[in-house]
Ligand binder design. Structure first.
Ligand code: SF4
Length: 411
């Protein structure tokens, strides 16, 4: 497959689609401006006729004032109509320029499905993909999926002799995260010698909740959009500018998203066009490079390649997310609280205090206070939770794999 040609086709289809929608918008603007102009003209004619028939034309009369207002409105409506017509003319020229592409991909559905097919085929050739890219950004949370995504991206980049294109970016959510996450993300990037950038969205997760007076939830996951997605745009802009290209840059935005994680993630494709971030100077593709891996395969990659993972996985917690993730179930939240007790972290009290302050329950069906009480009760019954380095690998791959992994870490 010729990746460069595929990318060019995707961009042509995208621009043709934009031209169609710009033309549609311009047509609507002309219709609206036309209606406004007709209404203004009717008013003008009305007051002209009124003055003519009643003779109430002296400067102090209400009819004269109304006539002046109608003249003014008519002039404004005329200007608006001229502008809208000029815009429609420009949109029509652009549309004509895209006619060859539109003849080939006339319907929006065809354009969308053709793009999807091309992207899916490109995902089968990661080395070619990396070769065609100008910039490869790995979004890392430092979690197990991120580190495997990073490892595989770097492997493809090395195979293409393109490691210089790869950079890593980490969004630091502040005290809401487990200790050591930022430092681990840095070490993981350093292992491959790739530039590493930390973005700290103002206020972090807890600041965002305090300001809103509400916790996010599965339906309104503002935390991911505000704290993780939104900071990415300016970074891409700055890094693309640094490239100094006189053509559109091809940017790969690598994520450690796996289909097996959830039903909504299963619906995601391996490679998608990021229409929100793409512009004339950059074509941004989201690359879910480990989309097809199972959890077992992720741990296998970690073990076989001696990748450093965060000790929180050894406690039995499945994800290195915020300590209290709004998507987590009660078992997960209780275990996270017990781990906080074991590590003497003040986070449970801080969250419970925030919950009281804003008067909004962390979860719809229960409060964090209830979670903390349950965690205390279990600690009292069973004693504090304990864990050993390598427990995550013992659980997923067995004791031999864990021993082998730990031996590779020993200098
Ligand atoms: S880990 Fe959970 S709470 Fe934290 S930002 Fe992601 S979805 Fe939101």
């Amino acid at each position: 497959m010729n990746t460069e040609n595929a990318l060019r086709t995707i961009e042509l289809i995208r621009c043709a689609g934009q031209a169609v929608s710009a033309y549609g918008t311009a047509q609507r603007s002309v219709r609206e401006a036309h209606d406004e102009h007709s209404a203004a003209l009717a008013q003008l004619n009305h007051w002209n006729h009124h003055i003519h028939t009643t003779g109430e034309g002296d400067r102090a009369s209400p009819a004269h004032t109304a006539l002046l207002a109608a003249v003014h409105e008519h002039q404004e409506a005329e200007q608006k109509l001229h502008k809208a017509e000029a815009r429609l003319k420009r949109a029509s020229v652009t549309l004509q320029a895209h006619r060859p592409t539109l003849n080939r991909y006339p319907a929006e559905r065809t354009r969308r499905s053709s793009t999807t097919v091309l992207l899916d085929r490109m995902a089968d050739y990661p080395v070619d993909l990396v070769r065609a890219a100008d910039l490869i950004i790995i979004q890392t949370s430092a979690g197990k999926d991120s580190i495997v995504a990073m490892h595989r991206t770097v492997a493809a980049a090395k195979a293409a002799d393109c490691l210089h294109k790869v950079r890593a970016m980490h969004c630091d959510l502040g005290t809401a995260e487990w200790p050591g996450v930022r430092e681990l993300a840095r070490r993981q990037a350093e292992r491959y010698g790739i530039p590493f950038l930390v973005v700290t969205p103002g206020g972090g997760f807890l600041g965002m909740v305090e300001n809103r007076g509400k916790w996010p939830d599965a339906q309104r996951r503002l935390c991911t959009s505000k704290l993780k997605r939104d900071p990415t745009g300016p970074v891409i802009t700055a890094w693309v500018r640094e490239l100094g290209l006189d053509r559109q840059a091809i940017v790969l935005n690598v994520m450690g998203v796996r289909g097996a994680e959830s039903a909504s993630r299963a619906l995601k494709a391996r490679l998608t066009l990021d229409t929100r971030t793409t512009s004339a100077n950059r074509l941004v593709l989201t690359w879910n490079i480990i989309h097809e891996l199972s959890e077992q395969e992720v741990w296998q990659d970690i073990a076989s390649n001696g990748l450093e993972y965060h000790p929180i996985y050894d406690t039995g917690l499945p994800r290195l997310s915020c300590v209290y993730c709004v998507l987590a179930g009660p078992d997960w939240l209780i275990l996270a609280t017990r781990v906080c007790f074991a590590l003497e972290l003040p986070l449970p009290e801080a969250y419970a205090a925030l919950e009281r302050r804003i008067g909004h329950s962390f979860k719809r069906d229960y409060t964090l206070n209830a979670i903390i009480a349950a965690a205390r009760m279990l600690d009292a019954l069973d004693g504090p939770v304990t864990w050993r380095h390598g427990d995550a690998l013992r659980q997923h791959l067995g004791p031999a794999a864990a021993d082998q992994y730990l031996a590779t870490l020993t200098p």
